[in-house]
Design a protein around this ligand. Structure first.
Ligand code: ATP
Ligand code: MG
Length: 486
């Protein structure tokens, strides 16, 4: 039996505000005292918490005892000791980024170290810039790995990713790709039927990306006329058109490294498609009415519920723009393909509404059963609306089938009738008796008249039928004789 959804969910992951990055710990291991202290000192000036040691055993105890983020180790170290340390660290502390230092001419040692898990190497002698660049790369990959790991951990504990709810295999797959693409700044094309959560996905990519603190600017290409979209996206200069009393930056400029979300991209006119393509290729735009071009840094996310590939074939969408936007695409599954998420989503919406109303709403078993069977052509948005409507209409804290939209009520009733008929057929098949409706009606009439000591008027009233109907039925069932009117 399905459990009634209880609104206990309060744990919603709103991404935390970006914090200042913590100082990364660097351990330098080299028998050359001058070299290792120089490296440690330079690293300290670059903002790392640096320590150094000459001794492999001491290195091992430092690695055991404290959180090291980056290991800078000299190779070769005696026979294969340095390389051994690399593979040992890779196995024991895979989160540590390892940089191998080699004397020039020991390319083999560097290759071997990379094979054992070092992520980078430096050939001695090296300039401060080289050390700085290699440390920066290690730090960046360390931070990305840590963020990805933290996201995975949060995912394991939560009911979804960020504000996105769902633990079905389809959604888990989506979260895995999403948490990866969030770390990059490539364009992403979000595809899916209406109401599947395309805008929510775009917001989540932005919220988990490196520029979460910068703006997220949505543009609805479906609802604006082309001239407005152009001035929205690219901006305009004073006097560009009637009413342009002053210059205005377009969204691609004002995003300043944030995200511009091009919603319903399939609706963009061919002329604007060409202008957008140019802007993306050249990373600059020409505001309407301007003769100059302005550089842009925005990340582009786009969404559509249309079949862009077919539009490309039909010449309604530019192939080159399609390829540029489609570097990564995320296809959102329709809700009917992940029905196991329906109870979670319903609980999530009930929880939100319960908090807003101060009433703890729950769904009856029958209501939830019906929701699980429904096909939800309008996907999550339709589900959200159905739950909101039920809360508004319901007379108490439990939402029944009768509080759901008419179509769901009908589906629920039809399913109930089918189940009852199937149940009766089963009973009959098992050799047990089935009571015909007419017999049940006869028993009800006889019982009522008996209980009321023969008062037929009152019996008719309580049975919910008129007196004439009662007399007709008494006649039909051949029971009138025993209850003659006084
Ligand atoms: N996985 C989810 N978890 C929680 N809420 C969701 C989820 N997916 C969608 N929603 C909610 O459903 C509603 C519709 O989502 P959204 O607007 O992102 O869909 P869409 O795909 O952009 O729809 P359309 O194509 O109609 O524009 C929003 O209120 C959103 O918050
Ligand atoms: Mg949308």
């Amino acid at each position: 039996m399905l459990e009634t959804v209880v609104c206990t969910r309060a744990m919603e992951f709103i991404p935390e505000p970006a914090e200042a990055a913590p100082r990364l710990h660097l351990l330098v291991v080299d028998s050359d005292a001058a070299m290792r202290s120089a490296c440690a000192e330079i690293a300290a000036t670059l903002g790392y918490a640096a320590e150094d040691t000459r001794n492999l055993e001491q290195a091992r105890s430092l690695l055991r005892g404290q959180a090291v983020d980056i290991l800078l180790v000299n190779l070769p170290w005696g026979n294969s000791q340095g390389v051994d340390l690399v593979s040992e660290v890779k196995l024991l502390y895979p989160q540590i980024s390892i940089i191998a230092m080699t004397a020039s001419g020991s390319v083999n040692a560097a290759v071997e170290a990379m094979r054992c898990g070092a992520s980078d190497y430096l050939t001695k002698p090296f300039a401060i810039d080289e050390l700085s660049a290699v440390l920066d790369r290690a730090a960046a990959s360390h931070t990305t790995d840590t963020v990805t790991r933290q996201l995975r951990e949060r995912l394991r504990l939560s009911q979804g990713l960020g504000a996105m709810i769902g633990r079905s295999a389809e959604m888990e797959k989506l979260y895995r790709i999403l948490s990866k693409v969030a770390q990059s700044t490539h364009p992403v094309l979000v595809l899916g039927e209406s109401g599947t959560g395309k805008e929510l996905v775009a917001r989540t990519i932005h919220a988990y990306g490196p520029n979460a603190h910068k703006p997220f600017l949505p543009v609805d290409c479906g609802s604006l006329v082309p001239t407005l979209i152009e001035s929205e996206l690219f901006g305009y200069v004073k006097g560009a058109f009637t009413g342009a009393n002053r210059s205005k930056d377009g969204l691609l400029i004002s995003a300043e490294g944030g995200t511009v979300f091009l919603d319903e991209i399939g609706e963009l006119s061919l002329d604007l498609q060409a202008k957008l393509l140019r802007a993306l290729q050249e990373k600059e735009v020409r505001p309407v009415g301007a003769s100059h071009r302005v550089p842009i840094k925005a990340r582009i996310l786009a969404a559509t519920n249309r079949d862009l590939a077919t539009m490309v074939e039909n010449g309604a969408f530019r192939k080159d723009l399609f390829y540029r936007l489609n570097v990564v695409n995320l296809r959102l599954p329709p809700l009917r393909d992940r029905r196991e998420d329906i109870p979670l989503l319903a609980a999530h919406f009930l929880d939100r509404i319960s908090r807003e109303h101060g009433t703890k709403f729950t769904l009856s078993d029958e209501a939830l059963r019906t929701m699980m069977r429904h096909d939800w052509p309008g996907n999550v948005r339709e589900l959200e609306n159905a739950v909101e409507r039920a809360c508004a209409l319901s007379s108490g804290p439990v939402l029944h089938l009768g509080d759901l939209p008419t179509q769901l009520q009908q589906e629920g009733l039809a399913a109930h009738r089918a189940a009852t008929a199937a149940g009766q057929a089963d009973t009959a098949k098992d050799g047990q008796t089935v009571t015909p409706l007419a017999e049940l009606e006869r028993q009800a009439i006889v019982g009522a008249i008996h209980a009321l000591n023969g008062d037929k008027l009152q019996a008719a009233k309580l049975l919910g039928i008129g007196k004439t109907t009662l007399y007709r039925k008494l006649k039909e069932y051949g029971i009138s004789g025993s209850f003659e009117d006084e």
